[in-house]
Write a protein that binds this ligand. Structure first.
Ligand SMILES: [Zn+2]
Length: 326
C-alpha cells in the first residue's frame, strides 16, 4: 500500500500542476467519475496505469479518498485559512510528504486512507513576518543589557486541505462531503463516529466498542481469506487471472500486507470527548432560544459531602434546570 500511495501522490503532482478541467489526466478523470475515491476494487487497473510492477493481491489494497477542494470546485473551492478564516490570499504550498500522504481512517469493517495537500496563507505569512520584525526591533531598542527573550506569537501559515476549521468554512456545505473525523495521527469514519455517539451515551463502554470494532475487522479478514480460497480454486480452472500468488494469506496484523489494526478504547473515548467539545457551542445555541415552562435550582447536601471549594470559599454543588415546553 505504501508503494501504491507514493505512486498516486506522484501522479497527482503531475496532473494537478495544471488543474484546469480540460487538461485533467487519467487519475483526476477517474477520481471525478468515482466521487473522488480510488476504490480498492480498481487498484490493479490503477497499478497498471501507474506502472507498478508486481502489484500485491487485491485483498491488500484499500480505498483512498482524495480531498483537493480547489481542483474539485475550481471557482469557489479554494480552502479558507483556519487562522484568518479567509481564502483570498490562500495558495498551494506543497504536496504532502511521502510519509504523510494518506492518513489512515478506521471504518466499521475495514480502514481506508484520506489524502490532501498543503496550502499557504500569504496574508498570515506577511503578518507573522511583520510581528517577528517588530519583536526583533523591540529587542534591539532595549539594548543588550535589558534584552531578554522577546515572545513572538507564532501563527500557522500553512495548513492541510482537510483541516477541520477549513472544512467548516467551505461554501455550500462542501466540507460535509469529507468522510472522516481526523485526530492528530489517525481518524475515524463519520459513520463510525455517529455509531459511537449513539452507543456510548446508551451505556456501551468505549473499551467494549473497541472490542466490537476489532471483531468486525477480524470477521472481514476471515471473509477475505475465504473469498481468496474460492478465487484460487476458480483461477485454477484457467478461466480467470486474478494476480493471486501461491503463498499463504497474510495475517491480520502483518503491517506489510493486510495491515489490520483497530483503535483502542481510550482512542474512542478521546474522540468522543473531542466531538462533544465541538458540538457543545452548537447545542447551547440550540437550547438558549427555546422558551422554558419553569426554571429551578436543585441542590442536595447529604451531610456536607456536596460542599466544594470555589476560589478558596466553601460553596455548594447544585444543578440549575429548566423545563422545556413539550
Ligand atoms: Zn490566513
Amino acid at each position: 500500500m505504501k508503494t501504491y500511495l507514493a505512486a498516486v501522490r506522484a501522479q497527482l503532482m503531475v496532473e494537478t500542476y495544471k488543474s484546469l478541467p480540460a487538461s485533467r489526466g487519467w487519475l483526476l478523470r477517474m477520481l471525478e467519475a468515482d466521487d473522488w475515491w480510488l476504490r480498492a476494487s480498481r487498484a490493479h487497473e490503477i497499478c497498471a496505469n501507474l506502472v507498478i510492477k508486481n502489484p500485491a493481491e487485491k485483498f491488500y489494497y484499500r480505498d483512498v479518498f482524495i480531498w483537493l477542494p480547489d481542483v474539485r470546485w475550481p471557482r469557489e473551492g479554494m480552502p479558507a485559512c483556519p487562522n484568518c478564516k479567509c481564502n483570498s490570499k490562500v495558495q498551494l504550498h506543497a504536496h504532502a510528504d511521502v510519509r504523510d500522504f494518506g492518513r489512515r481512517v478506521t471504518a466499521e469493517h475495514t480502514h481506508y486512507y484520506v489524502a490532501s495537500r498543503r496550502y499557504k496563507c500569504t496574508k498570515c505569512e506577511a503578518q507573522a513576518a511583520a510581528s517577528k520584525a517588530a519583536a526583533l526591533a523591540m529587542k534591539a531598542a532595549r539594548g543588550r543589557a535589558a534584552a531578554g527573550r522577546v515572545s513572538v506569537e507564532m501563527v500557522s501559515q500553512t495548513f492541510t486541505g482537510y483541516n477541520s476549521v477549513s472544512l467548516d468554512l467551505l461554501p455550500h456545505g462542501w466540507g460535509e462531503l469529507f468522510p472522516a473525523f481526523l485526530t492528530k495521527r489517525a481518524g475515524l469514519d463519520k459513520g463510525l463516529v455517529y455509531l459511537m455517539e449513539l452507543l456510548l451515551p446508551a451505556g456501551i463502554r468505549a473499551n467494549k466498542l473497541a472490542k466490537i470494532i476489532r471483531a468486525l475487522h477480524t470477521v472481514r479478514h476471515a471473509d477475505d481469506f475465504i473469498r481468496r480460497e474460492e478465487d484460487i480454486k476458480f483461477e485454477r480452472t484457467g478461466l480467470a487471472k486474478d494476480f493471486l500468488k501461491d503463498v499463504p494469506f497474510s495475517t491480520f496484523g502483518d503491517t506489510t500486507l493486510y495491515n489490520g489494526s483497530t483503535p483502542s478504547g481510550k482512542y474512542f473515548q478521546d474522540v468522543f470527548v473531542m466531538r462533544a467539545a465541538l458540538l457543545r457551542p452548537h447545542m447551547d445555541m440550540e437550547v438558549l432560544p427555546r422558551t422554558a415552562l419553569a426554571v429551578g435550582t436543585l441542590c442536595c447536601v447529604p451531610r456536607g459531602r456536596c460542599s466544594a471549594a470555589w476560589f478558596g470559599a466553601q460553596s455548594l454543588l447544585g444543578l440549575t434546570w429548566r423545563c422545556p415546553p413539550r
